[in-house]
Design a protein around this ligand. Structure first.
Ligand SMILES: [Zn+2]
Length: 138
């Protein structure tokens, strides 16, 4: 199957389900104004594709590169009360640790005390929002 399809052909390969909403967030710095905008954009979305460019241990690098950490992304997904979090745009520096990035996002999404919150998509570690490594996220 090709990796990119013209939009008009999607009806032939993907089921169209009415009523589902998704939000897509990449290339943003974590600060109050952006957080409010992202939560408003993604509120109650069925899917939130959100960059998890860096681990929280590298939050300073994330800020320098204007990207979110996985923990920040998970917190935003939680605040927006989305149904599913799909981590994406993970820095290539974590190519051998993508599971750790997804786990950090999921932990923040679930919150420390809420085990009933929806889980991040389990196959997110092998996905990427953008096929080539994004400039500035490494
Ligand atoms: Zn980027």
């Amino acid at each position: 199957m090709p990796t990119a399809l013209p939009l008009a052909t999607l009806r032939d390969v993907a089921p169209i389900v009415p009523g589902l909403t998704f939000a897509y967030v990449v290339d943003v710095r974590d600060h109050a104004v952006n957080r409010a905008r992202i939560v408003r954009l993604a509120r109650n979305a069925d899917l939130l594709f959100v960059e998890c460019a860096f681990l929280d241990a590298d939050a300073a690098q994330a800020a320098r590169k204007n990207h979110l950490t996985a923990a920040q992304a998970g917190g935003l997904a939680r605040a927006a009360q989305v149904k599913r979090l799909v981590p994406c745009h993970i820095s290539t520096r974590y190519a051998d640790r993508a599971e750790a990035v997804a786990a950090e996002a999921e932990q923040a999404f679930r919150g420390a005390s809420d085990s009933d919150a929806p889980a991040a998509q389990s196959n997110a570690t092998t996905r990427s929002c953008d096929a080539p490594p994004a400039r500035g996220a490494t």
